[in-house]
Design a protein around this ligand. Structure first.
Ligand code: HEM
Ligand code: SF4
Ligand code: SF4
Length: 532
């Protein structure tokens, strides 16, 4: 059932996202920058909030007038800031909801990835607490409605000795101290929110917390335009003698408030409790079947730290050496963080399929899909290639290439394939061309797999694709699981291009002498072990 919902939602996101990729470019696609935009809106809200505080009178008698003054007499700076504050807060809600749905639809919240999902839940609560207390401070009719309804809801919970809703029934009983408490909450809760936002991204490496400059600039310009076109305004001074009716609601922050007129207070809490409980359990509904985590083989690890740099999930730490090899550090995998994507295996300098030994070992390997198995699968797949020119596809299991029939080796992530594997395929004449087919560029399932592959091929990230590998015989296709037909078209086009190329140079004869160890290899391989 959950799987079916995820599929439908995924389809919906793809329908919007792929055209966005073409319109904005994968790097600028706002849907791929939702987390970063969340941080960006937070900073806008924080800066505009500090600015507004200069003009805001925190006393209950003067609060409303001070807000009116900034809208009417200082509209060109403080008024615009007020609108900025309001609209950026609204956009944070839009971002959070879209981000949550997108992470769900791409299935990036189960298994070892549960942490960001679960820490996202307090973010929602704190965001709402910040927004709702913000509406109290204006002390207009909407504030009165929000204050009264929130207090009635809170009174239902057995936490306050005395009902707090009484504060809002008449002017005489409302204390300035209570209002000051709300001001304090409106400042303190966002600080805590920022702390949880930081915790939220602790388990992923290189999180995108700043949107690309152009996207940030366009967002700012749009916010300024809307703030001038439709400034945020108040809804008339509080009148505690009258119950507020007919207030204009902010549907981003207050969509549940009208429910209190239909449901009992207990019903609203039950709904909220059930909703959050369901969200909290989602990462285990059903649990993700996990392959065994990556394992380090110290005999082949020289402590170069490439795997730790490339792991997208902060699952590798460099620690002091525990064996007698002459290197200061070694890689150590934290099993509870590892998602078995294999990216570390692709980045290890020891991962070279050219080694002649049967027992092909490397510094860091996946027990359930080792480098040796990968080499075996490549060799076996090569034997099945019939049509000329022969194309081998190295496909990410989550991308559009996974559906390609014939000549395909499927990997958890394309960055699991060390560049030397492509060199191996072409120099051993296992195929005439290699297609590397990963996820859509802006939606890499393992976050950094596409980026690392591109950088390795471009020669700007170790281990890079050697210069001798004929680039015209390699194609990269970045496509989502729903773009299977485009992948087929691109593979057919690549095959045609290969047919027009001059024949490949004859394969290098296998050297009788053992070759030098690969750069950065931790130990000299045994004689006859390595062949370039
Ligand atoms: C203010 C609100 C939030 C901000 C600023 C935020 C920010 C971020 C950022 C920057 C990332 C890393 C993106 C990347 O570089 O790949 C991320 C990932 C993620 N977020 Fe959020 N987030 C927020 C709310 C939420 C909420 C409410 C949920 C869900 C309940 C959520 C679930 C996730 C998940 C599942 C990931 C992916 C982690 C992974 O790839 O393993 N986030 N978020
Ligand atoms: S397989 Fe390697 S890169 Fe992937 S999460 Fe595990 S340790 Fe990190
Ligand atoms: S040699 Fe391999 S396993 Fe060791 S630190 Fe370098 S990349 Fe990691």
């Amino acid at each position: 059932m959950i799987g079916a919902v995820r599929k439908v939602l995924r389809y919906g996101f793809e329908l919007i996202e792929r055209p966005f990729d073409r319109l904005f470019g994968p790097a600028m696609n706002p849907l791929a920058q939702l987390g970063a935009l969340g941080f960006f809106f937070f900073w806008i809200v924080a800066v505009s909030g500090i600015y507004l505080f200069i003009f805001f009178d925190t006393g209950i008698e003067r609060a409303y007038e001070s807000v009116e003054n900034l809208t009417n007499y200082h509209w060109f700076h403080a008024g615009v800031m007020r609108s900025f504050h309001r609209y950026a807060s609204d956009l944070m809600v839009v971002m959070v909801v879209t981000h949550l749905l997108r992470e769900f639809s791409y299935d990036r919240y189960r298994g070892a990835r549960w942490f960001s999902w679960v820490t996202g839940l307090p973010i929602i609560c704190l965001l709402y607490a910040s927004g709702i207390t913000g509406y109290w401070l204006v002390w207009d009719r909407l504030a009165q409605y929000v204050a009264l309804t929130s207090s009635e809801l809170l009174d239902w919970l057995p936490i306050f000795g005395e009902p707090i809703a009484r504060n809002f029934i008449s002017t005489g009983t409302l204390t300035s101290r209570f209002f000051t408490l709300m001001v304090f909450m409106h400042v303190a809760v966002p600080l805590f929110l920022l702390f949880i936002m930081w915790v939220h991204i602790l388990r992923i490496s290189r999180p995108k917390i700043n949107p690309p400059r152009m996207l940030a600039l366009l967002t700012l310009v749009a916010l300024i335009a809307v703030s001038i076109w439709k400034p945020a305004v108040s809804q008339g001074h509080v009148d505690l003698a009258k119950a507020p009716v007919e207030v204009g609601l902010d549907w981003f922050y207050l969509p549940l408030y009208p429910l209190t007129d239909i449901w009992s207070k207990g019903g609203v809490w039950a709904f909220l409790g059930a909703f959050f409980l369901m969200l909290a359990l989602m990462p285990w509904l059903p649990p993700l079947r996990r392959a065994r985590p990556a394992a380090v083989d110290l005999d082949h690890c020289n402590g170069c730290a490439r795997c730790a740099e490339d792991c997208p999930y902060e699952a590798i730490r460099m620690v002091r050496r525990t064996d007698n090899l002459p290197f200061p550090t070694q890689a150590q995998v934290n099993n509870s963080l590892c998602v078995s994507c294999g990216i570390c295996m692709g980045s290890c300098p020891s991962s070279t399929p050219f080694r002649r030994t049967e027992d092909l070992r490397t510094g860091i390997d996946l027990p359930d899909f080792s480098l040796a198995t990968l080499r075996e699968q490549v060799v076996a797949t090569a034997a099945t290639l019939q049509t000329s020119p022969r194309v081998m596809v190295l496909a990410c299991e989550r991308g559009g290439g996974a559906g390609h029939v014939g000549g395909t080796v499927t990997l958890p992530c394309v960055a699991m394939a060390p560049p030397s594997l492509i060199d191996f395929i072409l120099s051993r004449d296992l195929a005439d061309g290699v297609v590397v087919a990963g996820c859509a560029e802006s939606a890499c399932y393992h976050r950094l797999g596409v980026a690392w592959t591109k950088q390795r091929f471009a020669g700007v990230r170790d281990p890079y694709l050697r210069a001798r590998v004929p680039r015209e015989r390699i194609a990269t296709i970045w496509a989502s699981a729903l773009e299977g037909s485009r992948v087929e078209r691109d593979i057919a086009g690549f095959q045609q291009k290969l047919a027009g190329l001059p024949p490949k140079k004859p394969r290098r004869p296998v050297s009788a002498k053992p070759a030098a160890p690969a750069a950065g290899s931790p130990r000299a391989p045994a004689a006859q072990e390595l062949e370039t």
